[in-house]
Design a protein around this ligand. Structure first.
Ligand code: TRP
Length: 456
């Protein structure tokens, strides 16, 4: 074997490219679709406070840990654990992660498909002149007749697969770098219109004035799950991307920048949505349709609404695409590296499985599988709950314990200080969060959720 050097692993080409790709993964439907409806379902401001606390004390340490594992292991989500700890079964954490990626992509692809329908509707001016009620039933009708949603979902999965096949640098980095900043600007425009609607104040109050009596065990679990989901943590996405990061990029700073960008966009989405929700008398806890009903209403009330609406849904689809790319990349990197099949084959086979599970999800939203339930939830609800609220935090728990206690101080230091070239006075703080605060925090939320422990 002497003299055979493995081909160079692909690398992100620039520092901004890394942040754009990781932020591209993090910023997606989780921020603009899921965050507002979770806030709406879970009572508003108090949920936001919990969410922010979890991002800071748990999300950022988990993200630093994932980056460190990936860059040190130089492999996919499973292979990196094996490379660092060949004798212990830590790679199982990666396997759970790959399973979670299939589950998340299944329902996520459905919602991503909705964004394509809304591009189409925007283009043909389909929201024109509709009342809030009519926009509501327009959404319901669309979702409950599954043929169109299935068509869009299929198109979306094919789109994702074609980018992933092209590879990391050419595919992922190129697009996110340009499109993320544009999305940010459009949300700003939406905010300006939303907060100047008559009656907008009630929405801001709902979002920012915490009513702590609304907090219970399930609200706490949802806030933690949302933090993991929105930051793309707990299933190896950031491990996989970490393996593509250059040796001289600062991991802790990257984690803080990505988390900040993600959180800012989620809050901005909230500021754009809730004033309008209250101004139009929409029910804030109506669930998955919230954004798809509210946003067209805002555009109706706006000069240039046609153009902005079209642009907004295009960018939402792109944001979703950069996230589904990262979900699929976890799966494809694993199968292509570990089983020595080509990137192309790995992409095609896994996309077929995703389309299959995704179809079941879509059919459970008002379609023929609506009444099929598992533990009282339909297929979609079950997969969303198990992946986001259980598997991701569980994966995160294992990840911080691994980095905190099993990866080896030397390796961890090497990654956090770039082999000694960064001073990093904050590293002890980061390590304290990784070793104690994050794991204890996640464990407490779980114990509370299953009723073994009671807060408040
Ligand atoms: N974070 C993305 C969003 O907010 C979704 C996502 C992409 C994700 N990759 C992930 C969620 C990995 C959990 C784990 O839309």
């Amino acid at each position: 074997m002497a003299g055979v050097t493995p081909p160079q692993r692909e690398r992100f080409g620039s520092k901004f490219g890394v942040i754009a790709a990781a932020a591209g993964s993090a910023v997606g439907l989780g921020n603009i679709w899921k965050f507002p409806y979770e806030v709406g379902n879970n009572g508003g401001g108090a949920f936001l406070v919990l969410y922010l606390g979890f991002v800071l004390l748990i999300g950022i340490p988990v993200m630093i840990s994932e980056l460190a594992i990936g860059r040190n292991g130089q492999k996919n989500a499973i292979g990196s654990f094996r490379a660092i700890s060949p004798k212990r079964p830590w790679f199982l954490v990666g396997i759970i992660g790959v399973a979670a990626a299939f589950m998340i992509f299944a329902f996520y692809g459905s919602v991503a498909g909705w964004t394509l329908e809304y591009i189409f509707q925007s283009a043909k001016n389909g929201f024109e002149g509709k009342t809030p009620d009519q926009l509501g039933s327009m959404f319901d009708n669309f979702v409950e007749n599954p043929m169109r949603p299935l068509m869009w979902q299929t198109i979306f999965i094919v789109l994702t697969a074609s980018v992933v096949m092209a590879g990391v640098k050419k595919g992922i980095e190129k697009y996110t770098k340009i499109l993320m900043p544009v999305l940010f600007l459009i949300i700003l425009v939406l905010i300006v219109r939303s907060v100047t609607l008559p009656g907008a104040g009630a929405g801001l109050e709902f979002l920012f004035k915490p009513d702590f009596s609304k907090i219970n065990a399930s609200v706490i679990l949802s806030a933690l799950g949302q933090a993991f989901f929105s930051l793309s943590l707990g299933m190896g996405t950031i491990i996989t991307y970490g393996s593509y990061i250059r040796k001289n990029d600062n991991l802790a700073v990257t984690a803080i920048q990505v988390s900040t960008a993600d959180t800012v966009i989620a809050i901005m989405a909230g500021i754009a949505i809730f004033p309008a929700v209250f101004a139009f008398g929409i029910n804030p806890s109506q669930g998955e349709g919230l954004v798809f009903v509210t946003i067209p209403n805002i555009f109706q009330q706006m000069p240039g609404g046609y153009v902005f609406s079209l642009l907004f849904f295009i960018l939402l689809a792109v944001a979703a695409l950069t996230s589904t790319i990262s979900l699929l990349e976890v799966i494809v990197a694993y199968f292509s590296e570990e089983y020595k099949i080509s990137r192309k084959k790995a992409t095609i086979y896994s996309s077929i499985v995703i389309l299959f599970i995704g179809t079941l999800c879509t059919l459970s939203k008002g379609g023929p599988l609506t009444d099929f339930t598992i533990f009282g939830k339909n297929i979609w609800g079950f997969l969303e709950f198990v992946s986001a609220d259980i598997l991701l935090p569980l994966g995160g728990l294992c990840i911080v314990i691994f980095v905190g206690f099993f990866m080896g101080r030397k390796r961890v230091r090497e990654e956090l200080t770039n082999a000694g070239s960064i001073k990093g006075r904050l590293i002890p703080v980061a390590m304290f969060l990784v070793r104690y605060i994050a794991p204890i925090g996640i464990a407490l939320v779980f114990l509370n959720a299953i009723g073994l422990l009671k807060f408040g």
